[in-house]
Ligand binder design. Structure first.
Ligand code: GCO
Length: 423
């Protein structure tokens, strides 16, 4: 059969992504763990044991490799590595090094995120990203990790979605998961008490919405990039940004341009000096003259309420690559649904849009699906199923869904089966 589209590059990374706090379980020294446990917490359920991936990571890695994938994005939990300020844990660094080694044993390329939203509780106590020392503290932690990994990992994502605060603020969506109604006590104050800090200073790390916090995140990224490259000149470093497909409805052109200026461009600007830009895309956002339009509800709408719009991915990578001039790594893309056939259909359409972007000349290094396991989805608790595999909440047994097998086939054929594979 004639294949009109060019193949994906030979070195293309096909994998799935997870984040430590969402799968490991018992990440007790982190800011989010503390926030989960205050009265009137805004989290639907505490993370608890999560998927017990802290102990079961070999099973996770085997699932990926057995399916045919060749890459795994996971995160190191800063709060495990530095549970108290200035006390670094060798044992925990060894734990993450074993994860990388297990990836190598199974032929997977590890892609390591240095902070996927969560930070140590002591860092949150002192003001999280708002404290002037934040960039330096993050750099110091990154140096410990990269030195310990001694070249075992080449791909580094410094920070996950540093622009999510900008997105939520600019679009007016910040209320998502906001304070519980009729709260007896302000959760922010209870949080400060729990981490031993002052209200007004102690804060959960993300989303970062203050100008000084955003400036510190940007500086943290620059310093981490410099440090990683100094310690490991062959490393490839970037950060992962939430980039949805930003579209203008009639009359919304100016608003869309304004939104891009707030949500994406300042962050993409920094990526110009990186080795790649991580792009995380799920849906589109359509802007009218004054505000984003309400997303239509259909039977395909995500469990999160997001519009089913898989072709967003192709447009988002074009935007990111066009603005930065550096290659794109799709660090997240996926769908929250109970219908696994729909997951396959969504992913096929998303990857097809990615292939079209590549055919147009966009440099794309890989596709990492969000996510490997049904896991703890932040404020939504365990209600959302983004996974390629289910996890029994009592036994932690993993069961691959057909979508995992399907994505593995796409990987094993480097995209060739996209046109012929079922369903
Ligand atoms: C985020 C994260 C993931 C989420 C995923 C689905 O963007 O919040 O990187 O941790 O789980 O995007 O919401």
């Amino acid at each position: 059969m004639e294949n009109r589209m060019p193949a994906f590059p030979d070195s293309f990374l096909w994998g799935a992504a997870t984040s430590g706090h969402q799968v490991e379980g018992n990440n007790t020294a982190s800011d989010i763990w503390a926030m989960e446990h205050v009265p009137n917490s805004t989290f639907a359920a505490p993370s608890g044991d999560a998927c017990d991936s802290y102990h079961r990571y070999p099973e996770d890695i085997h699932l990926l490799a057995d399916a045919g994938l060749n890459a795994y994005r996971f995160s190191v939990e800063w709060s495990r590595v530095e549970p108290e300020k200035d006390r670094f844990s060798r044992a925990e660094l060894d734990h993450y090094l074993r994860m990388a080694a297990t990836c190598h044993e199974r032929g997977l390329t590890p892609i390591v995120t240095l902070s996927h939203f969560t930070v140590p509780a002591w860092f949150a106590r002192d003001g999280a990203w708002n404290q002037p020392e934040a960039p330096e503290l993050f750099e110091r932690y990154c140096r410990q990790v990269v030195t310990h990994f001694a070249g075992e990992v080449t791909w580094w994502v410094t920070l996950n979605e540093p622009n999510v605060g900008a997105l939520l603020t600019a679009t007016g969506l910040l209320a998502y998961g906001g304070p519980a109604e009729a709260a007896q006590e302000d959760p922010a104050e209870a949080f400060a008490r729990r981490v031993g800090g002052e209200p007004g200073t102690a804060t959960v790390a993300l989303p970062v919405t203050t100008p000084e916090g955003v400036a510190n995140l940007c500086e943290a990224h620059r310093r981490a990039r410099t440090a990683v490259k100094e310690l490991q000149p062959k490393a490839r470093v970037g950060w992962s940004l939430t980039i949805q497909d930003f579209q203008a409805a009639e009359g919304g052109e100016q608003k869309t341009a304004d939104m891009l200026r707030q949500i994406a461009e300042p962050f993409l600007e920094l990526s110009k000096d990186d080795d790649f830009v991580g792009v995380q895309t799920y849906t589109r956002m359509v802007f009218g003259p004054d505000a984003p339009l309400r997303q239509p509800r259909t039977e395909r709408t995500f469990q999160t309420g997001w519009e089913y719009y898989p072709q967003a991915l192709g447009n988002a990578v074009r935007l990111a690559a066009g603005f930065t001039g550096v290659p794109v790594l799709v660090t997240e893309n996926g769908i929250a649904t109970a219908d696994d056939d729909l997951r396959i259909t969504y992913t096929r359409e998303a990857i097809t849009s990615l292939r079209e972007a590549i055919a147009d000349g966009t440099d794309v290094l890989g596709y990492l699906h969000w996510t490997l396991l049904d896991n703890w989805e932040w404020h939504a608790g365990y209600a959302m199923t983004f996974g390629l595999a289910t996890v029994d909440r009592e036994t932690f047994e993993r069961t691959p869904k057909p979508s995992l097998h399907w994505l593995g086939q796409v990987a094993a054929t480097n995209g060739a089966c996209l046109d012929t594979g079922r369903p």
